[in-house]
Every structure is written in structure tokens, then in C-alpha cells.
Design a binder for this molecule. Structure first.
Ligand code: AMP
Ligand code: ZN
Length: 467
């Protein structure tokens, strides 16, 4: 099945035509691992995960690559402030390596809790310094970079299509005043490819380079690593919309400037923000909610995933606990439906043809620029329909390959039975075996008084706590 996506480059919905039939190369900007990911970041990764799964459902073999920014991202995207990793080192009194490892693990732990499939390649910036240096050398050789004040900068005036992705007005950009903090730049939108003039005394975070010991600019890692793992030109590049005007604009300049090949990326697909009140959720502002925060408050992390599925990826999604409660309730209802269908069918789902009309309808919504909210309506309509239970079950499981709510593996949580109760249940079983019915009945009564009901079935005895 064909898929259409809104391409930020050109700002219109286009049919996805990969470079190689049947394959899709997908690069997603990963985390700067100096702090926990908040649920806004996670919304973007859920959207990218849905895109990957929708492509897989449509029959593409996807190669999904994600970077880990463990160096080089200053507190502003535009070369200002300090390196975020160094800020974290000072805050936590740890080494850069410890900080990066801790927050990378935390990120993937949260991603797993949200059923975000692991990328096929996860690449760390610090392990790709030679590739970045090689790309900066190519840019220098092509006359697109200049050295000033000890740093190497990209010269945007030499790259006429610089503003295309964001629709920036180049005339005005060129007329712009030089940036206050970095007088070495010829144009305020020039950006650093390599810094040697580091304000920070930190041996751990600098490398030898043709320009002296230093560290890379933030943007160079994504163009260098995506090209290493997906080729000099590839299919889809994703991220949150905040990356459009600076980070992705700069990535294009670096990649196309180095290779001379256009377009570097065929489809730019950007997710809208998760907002809290009127504001984008962000690390520097208040209202920083993580997946752990939700778990501490008693939520199933998949309620957040369900919550994200309720909005189209190009619409802002307003977070509130009330709204999350709504998603948690809907997810419980969905699970109850699945449990009921399993009970009715003995757990055996029907065999489904790939051309089943409900599947086709579900896929058609996904193919329409990932209209997940409409695809969700197909799920609920299917459950309400008069199709056979085994067919419904099979359909819901197939839908869930994209939704990622873990419905096929879902088991209701088992109640914790205190040891003392378990011991009494065992004692009663022994009494029953010995045909000592009086003791067995007395124990049943004692357990009932403690609030536990027993049910004897062919498979054994189940214990439930009265509510
Ligand atoms: P960062 O570590 O800041 O580069 O962010 C990682 C990813 O999360 C990027 O793709 C950002 O665009 C995205 N992102 C950051 N804040 C939000 C937000 N409030 N809602 C959705 N995505 C976000
Ligand atoms: Zn990136």
C-alpha cells in the first residue's frame, strides 16, 4: 500500500516513493542525554515509532537509525551557552561518560515502557568524531566553511538554498546583524562546525582535529551519522518541529554542501509539540513530566501512548492529568474488550486475509499522512460491529502491530496474595485431598472473613480479594 506524508520541504502532502523499492531509510534525531526525556520528547518518539510501524505494515523493510547526543549540544541551538553535557556534569558531580550512560539508559527504559521499537542502529556522537571531522573537511574543500576566532563555521551565503526547509527569508538573513556573542561569524546564521575555542577546561570532552583540539558543533553529528548508516541520500528524516529552523536547516546545508547531491533527504516529517497549558513542554521550563512521574502517580505508561494516539502528529497535544485519565480509561476498555473476545473464542483468533476490508480501511487512514485518530475509530467500530469474535480478535491484534499497545500479550495484573493467605489456601487444598471437608469448609470461611473468595475449577483454585 502507498503512504502519503506531509513533507515539510515544500509543505505539502506527497506520496512516499522510496529510493529503493520496498525499503525505507528513516533517521530520527535522538536525545541530548544530559537529563531525563520528558513526555513531550516521548510524544515525538511515539509518533516516529508509529510511522515506522505503519511503513512496516505497508510492506516496507525499514532501517531506523537514531543518534544519541552525548557531546556538542550547547544550551542554545544556535551556538550559545555551555555544552549541555558539561552543565549536567557540574550539576551531578559525575563524568561525561557517567551522565551520558545514565540518561541514555533512562531514555531507552522509558521508550521500552511506551513500546517504542528499538532503532536498528543507535549511534553515539562521541563514537563518530572521525566521520564528523571528515565531513567538515569536505565542506572546507568545497569552499563552504571558514575558520575564524579558532572555530570553523559554515558559510550560509555560499549555500543559496539554506532557508528552504523553514521558508526563511534569505535576503533578510543576509542583511542581519552579526550575533552579539560570537563576533567571529560573518552572518548571524552561520553556525559552528568545530569549536577549538572552548571556554571549558575539560579534557574528557575534546578531540584532536585538523583545526586543533576541540569538539564538534551539534548539527554535524546528525548529517555525518545518518549518511554513514543510511547512505549519502536517503528517504525520511524526522524530529519535532522545533528542529526545522535551525538544526535540520543546518543538517541539510552540511550534508548537501559536503556531497553536492540534492536532495539529501526526500521527506522531512515533523511532529508537533506536546504542550502544557499554552507552553511547549521543555526541560528549561517548569512542568517537566517524565514517564517515571506518571508511573509514580499510578498510571500505566501505555496510557500515555494511547493519549498520543488520540491526536494527529501535526496537531499540538495539550497534556493534563484529566486528559490522561480519559486515555487510561479508554485503554482499559480496549483491554477489557480483548479479554472478553479471548474468553469467547478460547483465545484463538481467526485467520485473516491481507485484503480484509477492516484492515484496508485502517491502513487507508494511516496512509493518509498517518491519520491515527481515524485509524483508532476503525478499531472501535470493529469492536462494536457484528463480526465474529475470532475475526474481531484477529483484527485488533493486527491493528495493534501499528498501535503498539501490547494487546496480544496483555494479561490483567494478578493480585498479590499475602503469604499467610496462600498458606491457608494450601492447607485447605490438603484438607480437601484428605477428604476432610469440615476443615476445608472452616478454612474457606476463615479466608472469606479475611476478605478472600475461593473458586474451585478443574484447573485449580483461584483466589480473589473482595473489593
Ligand atoms: P532534544 O533532546 O531537546 O533534542 O529533543 C528530542 C526530541 O524531542 C526532538 O525531536 C525534539 O524536537 C522533541 N521535542 C522537544 N520538546 C518537545 C515537546 N514539547 N513536544 C514534542 N516533541 C518535543
Ligand atoms: Zn539531529
Amino acid at each position: 500500500m502507498k503512504i502519503s506524508l506531509f513533507n515539510t520541504m515544500g509543505r505539502k502532502i506527497e506520496e512516499f516513493v522510496p529510493r529503493e523499492a520496498g525499503r525505507a531509510g528513516l533517521y530520527c534525531c535522538g536525545m541530548t542525554v544530559y537529563n531525563f526525556a520528558h513526555i513531550g520528547n516521548m510524544r515525538t518518539y511515539v509518533f516516529e515509532d508509529i510511522l515506522r510501524r505503519a511503513l512496516e505494515m505497508a510492506g516496507y523493510e525499514v532501517r531506523h537509525v537514531m543518534n544519541v547526543t552525548d557531546v556538542g549540544h550547547l544550551t542554545s541551538d544556535a551556538d550559545e551557552g555551555e555544552d549541555k553535557m558539561i552543565v549536567a556534569m557540574r550539576r551531578e558531580g559525575k563524568t561525561a561518560h557517567q551522565i551520558a550512560e545514565f540518561y541514555t539508559d533512562a531514555f531507552f527504559r522509558h521508550a521500552d515502557m511506551l513500546h517504542i521499537a528499538r532503532p536498528h542502529v543507535v549511534c553515539k556522537a562521541t563514537e563518530h568524531i572521525p566521520e564528523m571531522i571528515a565531513q567538515v573537511e569536505r565542506l572546507e574543500a568545497n569552499g563552504l566553511a571558514y575558520r575564524a576566532g579558532g572555530n570553523v563555521y559554515f558559510d550560509i551565503e555560499k549555500f543559496p538554498s539554506y532557508g528552504d526547509l523553514a521558508g526563511l527569508d534569505m535576503e533578510n538573513l543576509q542583511a542581519g546583524a552579526r550575533i552579539e556573542v560570537d563576533k567571529a561569524k560573518r552572518n548571524e546564521h552561520d553556525f559552528a562546525l568545530w569549536f577549538t575555542q572552548s571556554k571549558f577546561e575539560n579534557q574528557e570532552m575534546i578531540w584532536d582535529s585538523p583545526w586543533g583540539r576541540g569538539y564538534p558543533g551539534w548539527h554535524i553529528e546528525c548529517s555525518a551519522m545518518s549518511m554513514k548508516y543510511l547512505g549519502e541520500q536517503f528517504d525520511i528524516h524526522c524530529g519535532g518541529i522545533d528542529h526545522v529552523p535551525v538544526h535540520h536547516t543546518n543538517e541539510i546545508a552540511q550534508a548537501e554542501g559536503a556531497t553536492g547531491k540534492k536532495p539529501w533527504v526526500r521527506y522531512w516529517v515533523h511532529g508537533e509539540w506536546l504542550v502544557m497549558g499554552e507552553e511547549k513542554m521543555s526541560k528549561s521550563k517548569g512542568g517537566f513530566v517524565t514517564v517515571d512521574t506518571l508511573v509514580e502517580r499510578g498510571y500505566d505508561p501505555l496510557a500515555l501512548r494511547y493519549f498520543c494516539l488520540q491526536a494527529h502528529y501535526r496537531q499540538q497535544l495539550g497534556f493534563s492529568y484529566d486528559a490522561l485519565d480519559g486515555a487510561a480509561t479508554a485503554l482499559s476498555r480496549l483491554r477489557e474488550n480483548v479479554l472478553a473476545l479471548r474468553k469467547e473464542t478460547g483465545g484463538t483468533a481467526a485467520e485473516l486475509g491481507d485484503d480484509h476490508p477492516a484492515l484496508a480501511e485502517f491502513q487507508a487512514y494511516l496512509a493518509d499522512d498517518l491519520n491515527v485518530p481515524r485509524a483508532m475509530s476503525v478499531v472501535w467500530n470493529t469492536l462494536r460491529s457484528d463480526r465474529a469474535a475470532a475475526e474481531k480478535l484477529a483484527l485488533v491484534y493486527r491493528f495493534d502491530n501499528v498501535l503498539g499497545l501490547g494487546l496480544e500479550d496483555y494479561e490483567p495484573p494478578r493480585e498479590e496474595i499475602p503469604e499467610q493467605v496462600a498458606a491457608l489456601v494450601e492447607e485447605r487444598l490438603a484438607a480437601r485431598k484428605a477428604k476432610d471437608w469440615a476443615t476445608a469448609d472452616a478454612l474457606r470461611k476463615r479466608l472469606a472473613d479475611m476478605g478472600y473468595a475461593l473458586k474451585d475449577t478443574a484447573e485449580g483454585t483461584t483466589v480473589t480479594k473482595h473489593s
